[in-house]
Structure formats: structure tokens, C-alpha cells
Design a protein around this ligand. Structure first.
Ligand code: IFM
Length: 468
């Protein structure tokens, strides 16, 4: 059966500011926490930072031309907060705002809808120094920043996202220290998650006030469907715990259910909250916070890469673990390729929370496949990944999920955070020395999929050369 998408299904690709822009010192940009973190010895696998990246800040016109050649209908990108407010407070920096103004206009000239994310992790360093996400004062700072951007771009932007992947900021940034700012403190991670959610909820009406009629406002979560490794009670509990920390801690309050008590109990167990803490009486949750967080949104964006197989503690190993997938179905990130997890996730979220609309705001795979002798990049494994996952999207729609669009991650190979430039997620190959761009086989396939509105067969696109 052909997998044909609804006519109004939106096809796009996504990036983020720190991962592609480069030009970190241009036009009054202030330092972000990622500039600082990347300078820390050993923090980044290849010791690099975002200073060069894809040089998109200077090459954005050419890049928009490439998007147009690929037939993208929407481009999801993020605004670098330190370009707009170099210290995270005060009036907008004209040169920084001008850049995004030009980018938005360039996109619209090519008929590409701008999908703007306000926070894809690069919070100004000065704001972090003043307390950062664990401090409640940052909530107001974010809402002020959102207002500055919405005032300037609101007349043209089709869709707004407050935060990208609050779990990553809270957990990777503050609990396990793999991301900026590199803290290892569960309590600060919990405070961060609350302040991200609260600032989202308070920013929604402010953005709406300045947005054009019909523009959407929402948030993007990285959700991971969990599966138990066996039928044992220990594995069932590992799944409950994983799902709670990763998914429900964010979805439940966003959709009016407050924080889940079982996750509060897990946090108590792990030393992140005091004994006796109650989900309905957390000291950092002020009256009105939960109502603000649950402000109705126009869509929920889901970033999906893989699933987790959850295993409970075993004798001699007190830790609950996520089982390792087999080698042959892993991407370069070590993540299992599991397309049906996306269908399951979309159906579950739809049935549990009933968001008005859903988007897959990121989905993709890291494979390092270099250019072959013929000058092309035969990324057959990425092609197969996209083929499987778009099929899963189609199946979810057939099951009644209001899935409105799909954004491939990523348009370009780019700076993969703590992995530096060692992981390549792009539809488009980037030579970081010359800044040459080469659309990969997956990009040619995706272009044809967009034109057809259908999950096309991959035959005739890939080539086994160079992709192992
Ligand atoms: O590159 C990241 C992106 O910034 C956020 N979502 C996951 C991607 C792949 O790790």
C-alpha cells in the first residue's frame, strides 16, 4: 500500500543556532554557557566548539537557497539568546535581531515557513552566572527575551517553540554534567525543569500577543518510549521510573496533571528532594505555577530518535539500566534504530494527553558516511532510517494521530554538542574546512518524498559505496 500523506502535511528540516551558526563574536553576541563549557578541558570529545560550525551566520542566503532546492516547506531553527541579549537582560541587540529578521525574510522569499525555537540551550553565560535555570529569576528573563523576539518577528513567523528538549537542559546540563553548564546536582536539575516549564507557560500568552493571526505556539520535548526487558516486576518498575523521569515529568504538568508523585518519590530516593516531599506541595512550585505551565498550547513537538529497553536492578548491580541494542541496528550515537517506537509514542501521547496537534520536530540518525569517489554521499543507512520513520508517521496518522508535520534532523552535519564534530546527522554533508555543502542521497530522496507527499521506495537512491 502506498503511504500517502494528507495534502496539508508539512515537510521540513531543523537545525539550532549554536550547532550551525559560527561567528560567535559577531555583531555584539555575548558568550553562552556552551562557549564556556566547550572550553573546559575534556568536556567535548574532539575539543572543539561552535565557533566555525557551518558558518551559517554568514552563509544563510546560500543555505536558504539549498533548502529551496530540497523543496522544504518549513525550516525549524533557533534564535541565539546571546545575540539578542548579550547578557540575558536589557534591550534587544539590534544587530542580532537584524540577522534573524533577514533570515526570516530570506525564507519567506523562497516560500519556506519559519519555525522559530527560542531556547535551544545557548543561554547567555551572564544569566547563568546570575543563577541560571535553577534560579526563579531566569523565568522572567526568558519571558522578556521571548517578548523582544516576538515583537520583532511576530508579524512573519508561522510557529513558535519556547524550549527545545527541557529534559536535556535539566538532566544532561545539571544532573549528569554531560552538557553545559556541566553541573552534577539532581536538586538543581529539578529546579531547572520547573523553571523551564514555568517560563514556557508564562511566555506563551506574551508570544501570542505579538504573533500573527493563526501562528502556533508550543514546546518541543524529546520523548523516549520505554519497553521492559522482561515481564519481571523489577523491569516493570525500571520502565515506570524511566518513563516518569523522561516523559511524564514534562508531559503531565504541561497537560494539566501536575507533577507525578511516583517521580517525586524517585527523586526523594535519589537525594534530589527532601523526605516527605509531595507532588502537590513542592516548595519551589508557587501558587499559580501549575496553571501557568498548563496554559493551552497549539501543538506539542516531539523529537524522536530511539526507544529505551528498561531493566531493573540485578544482584550485584544496584543500578537500573537501559539495555544496549545490538551493534547492527545502532547509529553512530549508539542509539537503536526502532521506527515503530515513533508510531507507538505518537499514538500514546495522542491518547494520553490529546494535544491539539503534534509535530515530529526532530528525527534522524548519525552516520559518518563520507563522500565517495563520485563526489556523492551514499548514506544508505540514513535513507533507510528516514524511510522507516516516515512510514511510522504515516501509520500513526492512519491510527488517528493529529500529526501535522515532520522535520528531519538535521538539515546539515553540525556541532553535536559534547561530541563536537564527530557525529554527522545531516541531510547535507558539510566540509568544515572548505564549508562545501553536498546534499546526500537521503536529501535527494527526501526532496522527492516532499514533492510526492508520499513515502517513496528507497531503491535507486542509495548505493552501498562508502556506507558501512
Ligand atoms: O543535535 C541534537 C539536537 O540539538 C537536539 N536533539 C537531539 C539532536 C541529536 O542528538
Amino acid at each position: 500500500m502506498p503511504k500517502i500523506f494528507p495534502k496539508d502535511f508539512l515537510w521540513g528540516a531543523a537545525t539550532s543556532s549554536y550547532q550551525i551558526e559560527g561567528s560567535l563574536d559577531a555583531d555584539g553576541r555575548g558568550p553562552s554557557v556552551w562557549d564556556t563549557f566547550a572550553a573546559r578541558p575534556g568536556a567535548i570529545e574532539d575539543g572543539t566548539d561552535g565557533r566555525g560550525a557551518c558558518d551559517h551566520y554568514r552563509r544563510y542566503r546560500q543555505d536558504v537557497g539549498l533548502m529551496s532546492e530540497l523543496g522544504l516547506q518549513a525550516y525549524r531553527f533557533s534564535i541565539a539568546w546571546p545575540r539578542i541579549q548579550p547578557t540575558g537582560r536589557g534591550p534587544g541587540n539590534a544587530a542580532g535581531l537584524d540577522f534573524y529578521d533577514r533570515l526570516v525574510d530570506a525564507l519567506l522569499e523562497k516560500g519556506i515557513e519559519p519555525y522559530v525555537t527560542l531556547n535551544h540551550w545557548d543561554i547567555p553565560q551572564a544569566l547563568h552566572d546570575a543563577g541560571g535555570w535553577p534560579a526563579r529569576g531566569t523565568v522572567k528573563a526568558f519571558v522578556d527575551y521571548a517578548e523582544i523576539v516576538a515583537r520583532r518577528l511576530g508579524d512573519r513567523v508561522a510557529s513558535w517553540c519556547t524550549h527545545n528538549e527541557p529534559w536535556c537542559i535539566s538532566h544532561l546540563g545539571f544532573v549528569n554534567g554531560e552538557h553545559a553548564p556541566g553541573d552534577k546536582d539532581l536538586h538543581r536539575g529539578i529546579l531547572t525543569s520547573h523553571h523551564l516549564l514555568l517560563s514556557h507557560g508564562l511566555a506563551v500568552p506574551v508570544i501570542r500577543e505579538h504573533a500573527k493571526p493563526g501562528a502556533d505556539v508550543g514546546i518541543v520535548l524529546n520523548l523516549v518510549p520505554g519497553f521492559p526487558a522482561s515481564n519481571s516486576p523489577a523491569d516493570a518498575d525500571a520502565l515506570r521510573r524511566f518513563d516518569g523521569m523522561f516523559n511524564r515529568w514534562y508531559c503531565d504538568p504541561l497537560f494539566g496533571r501536575g507533577y507525578p508523585q511516583d517521580v517525586v518519590d524517585d527523586h526523594i530516593h535519589d537525594g534530589g528532594l527532601p523526605e516527605g516531599s509531595r507532588a502537590d506541595a513542592l516548595p519551589f512550585v508557587h501558587p499559580g505555577d501549575l496553571e501557568a505551565i498548563a496554559t493551552p498550547i497549539d501543538y506539542l513537538g516531539i523529537n524522536y530518535y530511539s526507544r529505551a529497553i528498561c531493566r531493573g536492578p540485578e544482584e550485584g548491580n544496584a543500578e537500573r539500566i537501559i539495555a544496549e541494542p545490538p551493534e547492527d541496528i545502532k547509529t553512530d550515537m549508539g542509539w537503536e534504530v526502532y521506527p515503530d517506537g515513533l508510531r507507538r509514542l505518537l499514538v500514546d501521547v495522542h491518547q494520553t494527553y490529546r494535544p491539539k496537534a503534534l509535530y515530529v520536530t526532530e528525527n534522524g540518525a548519525a552516520y559518518a558516511t563520507p563522500p565517495s569517489d563520485d563526489g556523492r554521499v551514499h548514506d544508505t543507512r540514513r535513507l533507510n532510517y528516514f524511510h522507516g520513520h516516515l512510514g511510522a508517521c504515516h501509520d500513526a496518522i492512519a491510527e488517528g494521530v493529529p500529526l501535522a508535520g515532520y522535520f528531519a534532523w538535521s538539515l546539515f552535519d553540525n556541532y553535536e554538542w559534547a561530541f563536537g564534530y564527530t557525529k554527522r546527522f545531516g541531510l547535507v554533508w558539510v566540509d568544515y574546512d572548505t564549508q562545501e555543502r553536498i546534499p546526500k542521497d537521503s536529501a535527494r530522496w527526501y526532496r522527492d518524498v516532499i514533492a510526492a507527499g508520499e513515502v517513496l521506495d528507497v531503491d535507486g537512491y542509495g548505493d552501498s559505496r562508502g556506507d558501512s
